[in-house]
Design a binder for this molecule. Structure first.
Ligand code: RP5
Length: 164
């Protein structure tokens, strides 16, 4: 199976990427995780993206906050699918990172998930890989069914309480 590459702009983003790693781990998807910044280590970020396909990656996830150029800078150097996670910083409730990540110019797409959407980034990466991996597609179906069952259990408990 192709690996998922996870890149974060700073170790301060790590709590959000833990959700990404946990979700990939639960789905049995191999991944590598690195701290490379578009601004502080631009050479390493570029080299990682340039070599990602030949190094066995199938999807890249890039997370950054504030002037969040990382996902775009990664996408500029690969045609692998890139998923951006805007991370909430100290100002603007994450709107700064959301706009910086999502507003890519035509030709260099980044699939942007919600602010701090670490788990959804992993699930989207999994769904991309599952296009050509039936066993993974089945694990995703099972997770959807289990998640739905949990919601219905909560609904049943609520109905019981309201109708008591
Ligand atoms: C971004 O700047 C990082 O992705 C992080 O979200 C933000 C702040 O970084 P630190 O100053 O906490 O290292 O590049």
């Amino acid at each position: 199976m192709k690996k998922v590459g996870i890149i974060m702009g700073s170790d301060s983003d790590l709590p959000i990427l833990r959700k990404t790693m946990d979700t990939l781990h639960a789905l049995d998807i191999p991944y590598e995780c690195h701290i490379y910044s578009a601004h502080r280590t631009p050479v390493e970020a570029r080299d990682f993206a340039l070599n990602a396909r030949k190094n066995g990656f199938g999807v890249l996830i890039a997370a950054a906050g504030m002037a969040a150029h990382l996902a775009g800078a990664i996408a500029a150097n690969t045609t692998l699918p890139v998923i951006g996670i805007p991370c909430k910083g100290p100002c603007f409730d994450g709107m700064d990172a959301l706009l910086a990540t999502v507003m890519m110019p035509t030709g260099i797409p980044v699939a942007t998930v919600a602010v701090n959407g670490g788990a959804n980034a992993a699930l989207l990466a999994a769904q991309i890989i599952a296009v050509s991996d039936e066993a993974l597609a089945q694990r995703l179906d099972a997770k959807r069914a289990a998640d739905a069952a949990k919601v219905l259990e909560k609904d049943a408990a609520l109905q019981k309480e309201l109708n008591a």
